[in-house]
Design a binder for this molecule. Structure first.
Ligand code: NDP
Length: 405
């Protein structure tokens, strides 16, 4: 049984901590204690109060600025966790990895590092830590959320059990939820808007293909949601999938957006509110996107009002025993059920549960290695089993043929 340190106290953190507390309450391991630290201690205290009410488990809390490597190092030294679970923002990935190196402690996150001044989602900054983690005899697991995370496990599971070779992969991320607000994002607004306004990139025949943001879309009928427009986007698991499964000729990522979301985002972009370079306002430098984040609803506050389902899955076409086939593996998650269980909406739920599962597999030694790893480098079976047991059941369907677009 092991103690973990969770950093960050937003929606994803709240779900992961509730889920770990459920296991502590059941006494089934591998978690013995969760210490929760974030920049705003009141948010940690609110999560701890909810966890106590729902499970009876006490979660001690503390304040931390995770950008401060010395402070992070001191916190890890004081709390002595077996694993640090980074559920703050991608900006904190490298400082927390530095603190893990300084203290010989394992690391896990759900989103790859990006520099504040450039919306670049690439693994190379974190992959560059591999040798140092290896030499220290510690492990980092990158991207243990839903996408990336579950989508990587879905692809590896399809390859392991159903294909001799996969030729194309399409990841379809649909949030069919309605939060009742004119405009809100279902995870951190700053990270969400940086992602959505970035140039779309997919992998095809050994190369990146770029298209302008939100310029390619198709309608798709999502089970549990209905027909929705989905847009071609860049997403970080394309990079890890093409690296670890190089046979795949084409990997694309699609996300649904409603007309209202696109209308608001277009206006915000046109007036310069999504800029990430500093502008001077009343003698002080501000970043318009960070200011916008401050006035938008917090993702963690959307749980109570959100209704409907998410539906996220992978469609793969490839060959088995000489015949072509197309398989679709997906999870449908109810926002209302997620809220009922943890007090958070479905997007936080679908990320927080895989963060708990990846942590459990590291702690009990099922997924082990020295160095920095992506999800694709481990056996998907134990992860897929735990999804079914811990609130994200998935199903497999054979399609008549490949996607027509
Ligand atoms: P939130 O914005 O709700 O929460 C982020 C938390 O991190 C806040 O509590 C914030 O504190 C804290 N934080 C920010 N900066 C620091 C810092 N310097 N030191 C300590 N704490 C800090 O985000 P979400 O919960 O929605 O998302 C969390 C992470 O999960 C993000 O990295 C996001 O990209 C990732 N994600 C991954 C997905 C996947 O499927 N793989 C899907 C959705 C999200 P404060 O309140 O003080 O600002």
């Amino acid at each position: 049984m092991s103690k973990v340190l969770v950093v960050g106290a937003g929606g994803v953190s709240s779900v992961a901590v509730h889920k770990m507390a459920q296991l502590i309450e059941a006494g089934t391991g591998p978690f013995s204690e969760v210490f929760l630290a974030s920049r705003t201690i009141a948010k940690c205290e609110a999560i701890a109060a909810s966890v106590r009410k729902r499970t009876g488990v006490d979660v001690p809390v503390g304040a931390i600025d995770a950008d401060d490597v010395a402070a992070m190092t001191a916190l890890i030294e004081h709390e002595q966790p077996a694993l640090v679970i980074n559920l703050a923002l991608p900006y904190q990935d490298l400082p927390i990895m530095d603190a893990c190196l300084a203290t010989n402690t394992d690391y896990l996150d759900t989103a790859n590092y990006e520099p504040r001044d450039e919306a670049k989602f690439e693994y190379h900054w974190q992959w560059a830590y591999h040798e140092r983690f290896q030499q220290a005899g510690i492990m980092a697991l990158l991207g243990s959320g839903f996408d990336p995370g579950v989508t990587s496990a879905f692809t590896c599971w399809l390859k392991k059990h159903h294909f001799d070779r996969i030729d194309t992969v399409d990841i379809l991320d649909c949030n069919g939820g309605d939060h009742g607000q004119a405009f809100a994002t279902n995870f951190n607004p700053e990270i969400n808007i940086r992602e959505v306004t970035a140039v779309a990139r997919h992998w095809e025949n050994g190369d990146w293909v770029e298209t302008p943001p939100m310029s390619v879309s198709h309608e798709f009928d999502f089970e549990g949601v209905g027909p929705k427009n989905m847009y071609l986007m860049y997403h970080e698991e394309i990079e890890s999938l093409k690296t670890h499964l190089p046979e795949i000729q084409r990997i694309r990522f699609w996300m649904t957006f409603g007309d209202e979301y696109i209308k608001h985002l277009t206006v915000l972009q046109n007036v310069g509110m999504t800029r990430i370079d500093p502008v001077v306002y009343e003698g002080k430098e501000i970043i318009p996107l960070q200011f916008l984040k401050a006035v938008l609803p917090e993702p963690a506050s959307l749980g109570e009002t959100t209704t409907g389902n998410t539906n996220i899955g992978v469609i793969a076409t490839g060959e088995k025993d000489g015949a072509q086939k197309t398989l679709y593996v997906k999870n449908i998650c109810s926002h209302e059920a997620a809220y009922e269980e943890t007090g958070n909406q479905g997007v936080s739920y679908t990320t927080g549960v895989p963060a708990m599962i990846g942590s459990a597999l590291m702690l009990d030694g099922t997924w082990r290695g020295d160095g920095v790893f992506n999800m694709e480098q481990f056996d998907p079976d134990p992860f897929m089993d735990m999804l079914n047991k811990h609130g994200l059941p998935w199903k497999l369907e054979e399609l008549d043929g490949p996607l027509e677009f």
